[in-house]
Design a protein around this ligand. Structure first.
Ligand SMILES: *Cc1c(COP(=O)(O)O)cnc(C)c1O
Length: 425
């Protein structure tokens, strides 16, 4: 029995399923989850001291690689001064100023402790601001686990949704419409029938929770114009894409200004941080100024701020995102060309420092197309690569991530392992 297997067995006694977040359980790929005990740069080490090239990066935050010395120093220095005060600190001011200067649509921002908290609060704020209840989300997008967002499509495009989790009251789900990603006609039809009831549309501007699905520019453009026309709040959930696809995030990359933006992951540099912000007149509806309540004991925690600020400082270096994008592109283009030579139905693409691998001929444009990927083929590939010391996300339906620490050697080694696999597959 490996140490990971042993730890997993023991963890299942006092932790439901042995994990504190479901995807960690390897349920999709099968087998026992790896327990990690250390990370450095592009590598992580499991409980059995085996090293892996890490393409998960804690699901996105570790954009500088693991244990970057400047981030660790910032965290230690902050910790020396005390862990939490429940009162404002200068580090929060620094973070808010920086976020508002980097994110094109952000006039004001509030800091929270997770992506879930950010999206949940943004939805409440949009409802409070508009005085409307209905929201639109897109199938396959994930916005954290708040009740109103754990919803799957109803029986038709214009019917409200059903809970996708037990414990979510149907009455809550009935305020959420679930539409198809990249489907302009359906969006137009929905707005023409009920635009005056829609408080907000929330979207991952690059979808990264159904593998990776890139947006079509026309789709984002029509989202922006329909929300403006009908007085609905457009929320870009950039918890994953924020400072991941570029310094000005997805909204800068695609040239669209949402009304509200949610952030998480990279913004905390590996510590629990989330944020939501946007137009001043909307943000001023928040307590203590306005009637929309939102609060948090550890919000803007100084140690977490220190990690986030150190991370954001380093990713402003000239050429950072060009290099990161080149790394991701070399990986995806390399994998696609190896698979092509072996005649395997496989495609791959990247946006900035995130990427998608698909066991189908072309990159998918919707949830339905993502579901056509050959999951069994991915699972075989995943286990082979893990065995060779390459750690991709343990699910066919998650995006992958590279960091600044992933260099030529790591990419070449990954491609060599993939070549060994595809040539025999
Ligand atoms: C990860 C993620 C969330 C949830 O963030 P947590 O910090 O896990 O609560 C929300 N939205 C998107 C797009 C995400 O990728």
């Amino acid at each position: 029995m490996t140490n990971s297997q042993n730890l997993f067995e023991k963890s299942r006694i006092h932790i439901p399923g042995g994990v504190n977040s479901p995807v960690r359980a390897f349920g999709s790929v099968g087998g026992t989850p790896l327990f990690f005990k250390r990370g450095k740069g592009a590598f992580v080490w499991d409980a059995d001291d085996k090293a892996y090239i890490d393409y998960v990066g804690s699901w996105g935050p570790m954009i500088l690689g693991h244990a970057h010395p400047e981030v660790i120093k910032a965290v230690c220095d902050a910790a020396q001064q005390g862990l939490s005060f429940g009162a404002p600190t200068e580090l929060e001011l620094e973070m808010a100023d920086l976020l508002c200067s980097l994110v094109p649509s952000m006039d004001q921002v509030r800091l929270v402790s997770s992506g879930t908290e950010a999206t949940m609060s943004a939805i409440r704020l949009a409802r409070g601001y508009t005085g409307r209840s209905a929201i639109i989300k897109f199938e396959g997008c994930y916005h954290g686990h708040a009740d109103s967002l754990l919803v799957k499509a109803g029986s038709g495009a214009l019917t409200f949704g059903n809970p996708s989790s037990a414990g979510v009251p149907p009455e809550t789900a009935q305020h959420t419409l679930v539409l198809d990603y990249n489907n302009v006609a359906q969006l137009e039809e929905t707005f023409s029938k009920m635009g005056d009831k829609i408080a907000a549309v929330i979207i991952e501007p690059v979808a990264g929770n159904m593998n990776l699905v890139a947006p079509e520019k026309a789709f984002l453009d029509s989202l922006r114009s329909l929300c403006t026309k009908h007085g609905s709040v457009l929320i870009f959930d950039e918890v994953m894409t924020g400072f991941r696809v570029g310094l000005s995030s997805a909204q800068g990359l695609y040239g669209i200004k949402p009304d509200l933006t949610t952030l998480g992951k990279v913004v905390g540099g590996g510590m629990p941080v989330g944020a939501f912000g946007g137009k001043r007149d909307i943000m001023q509806c928040l307590a203590p100024l306005g009637p929309v309540y939102q609060a948090g004991t550890l919000s803007g925690n100084p140690v977490a701020m220190a990690a986030g600020l150190a991370t954001l400082k380093l990713l402003q270096a000239p050429g950072f995102f060009e290099n990161l994008s080149t790394t991701a592109r070399k990986l995806t283009e390399g994998l696609a060309s190896i698979a092509r030579e072996s005649g395997i139905a496989f495609s791959a693409q990247s946006v900035g420092g995130m990427f998608g691998l698909y066991f189908r001929e072309t990159p998918p444009k919707s949830y339905a197309e993502v579901m056509q990927c050959d999951k069994a083929a991915f699972n075989r590939f995943f286990h082979f690569m893990v065995d060779q010391g390459v750690y991709f996300a343990p699910s066919a339906f998650e995006a992958g991530f590279v960091s600044m620490a992933h260099g030529k050697d790591e990419i070449e080694r990954t491609l060599l392992c993939a070549q060994n696999y595809f040539s025999k597959a």
